[in-house]
Design a protein around this ligand. Structure first.
Ligand code: GLU
Length: 311
């Protein structure tokens, strides 16, 4: 029987070179593509230009190559794809699902405070929908997705391959979210959804810290008439303070200067994914271990639910 097509991707933001956490995410998406006999793509998510570090994209691609994680097609850069994002925004505007917003942060805070519903989520105020009915003389700043029509709510239910059933009421918990920012930059949510569809991505495998974005992305896929991808969110590498490894809590750029260092980095990434460490001498090629990990990964993902326990 012909296997259904599988296209996966690793989508790093070039804010610095890979660290142990991002290598684990890269390895997970690579293994999932290999285990499914699929393709693996790399997309450089450089839309948030102020956060991008010059040279980081090349450094990441070089680090991936050093670890043997080679994409099946040339990587693409989101910074080159503004026309596609504009097309998607135009489509949403024409179908009445996107609207311009003239509110400053202060405007939003004031409306929320006056209504007694000052809801905040991850430092973001839940937008009260002020500009749904029009700009009221204000200049347009950002563009937002109309998450729910009047009187309705946008409850999105989906099943993560590892975490199981998930539900989020996007209109209530997040509000009408930004598609194009007030500074003119494309928002991550829009760029990721447009590109996943344009690249034919069937499976998103990424770190668990991104789980919370999924309902928004599914809602946006639906609004644009795009297929919904499958999702698998993998465990995070934690820093010394027990939080997600980041530059702030000591994530070091991976040192991959010699084969021993590469092996150590890959073993650490594998351990985070509950795969056994490669053992034996260095002369036992990493490639052999990669084959074993792929076979174990295929076993883990063969059931209804991905098994994140040691194989
Ligand atoms: N660019 C995002 C990041 O580096 C990942 C986006 C995604 O995998 O959907 O955190």
């Amino acid at each position: 029987m012909k296997k259904p097509p599988y296209i996966g991707r690793f989508a790093p933001s070039p804010t610095g070179p890979l660290h142990a956490g991002s290598l684990a995410a890269a390895l997970a998406s690579w293994l999932d593509a290999r285990a499914h006999g699929g393709q693996w793509l790399v997309r450089i998510e450089d839309v948030d230009t102020p956060r991008c570090v010059p040279g980081a994209a090349d450094a990441i691609l070089q680090q991936l190559a050093t670890c043997g994680l080679l994409p099946d097609a040339a990587p693409i850069d989101q910074s080159q794809r503004g026309a596609l994002y504009q097309q998607a925004l135009d489509q949403l505007t024409h179908t009445g699902l996107a609207y311009p917003c003239g509110c400053t942060r202060q405007d939003i805070a004031t409306v929320l405070a006056n209504s007694g519903h000052a809801r905040e989520r991850h430092g973001e105020l839940v937008y009260p929908g002020t500009c749904r009915a029009g700009l009221n003389g204000k200049p347009a700043r950002a563009w937002r997705l109309l998450t729910a029509q009047a009187g309705q709510q946008a409850k999105v239910s989906w099943t993560d391959r590892r975490l199981g059933p998930q539900t989020q009421n996007v209109s209530e918990q997040v509000g009408d979210f930004v598609l194009r920012r007030a500074d003119g930059l494309w928002a991550y949510q829009l760029a990721v959804v447009v590109d996943d569809a344009a690249q034919g991505i069937t499976d998103v495998v990424r770190g668990e810290d991104l789980t919370d974005n999924t309902a928004r992305q599914i809602l946006l896929q639906r609004a644009l008439g795009l297929p919904t991808t499958r999702y698998l969110h993998t465990p995070l590498v934690l820093g010394a303070n027990g939080e997600k490894l980041s530059k702030q809590n000591g994530a070091q750029a991976l040192l991959l200067s010699d084969p021993l260092a590469v092996l150590a980095a890959m073993n650490a990434a594998a351990a985070c994914l509950s795969l056994p460490a490669s053992s034996g001498s260095l002369t036992e090629a990493l490639a052999q271990w990669v084959q074993r990990w792929t076979a174990q990964w295929a076993l883990k993902s063969s059931g209804e639910r991905f098994h994140h326990s040691p194989a």
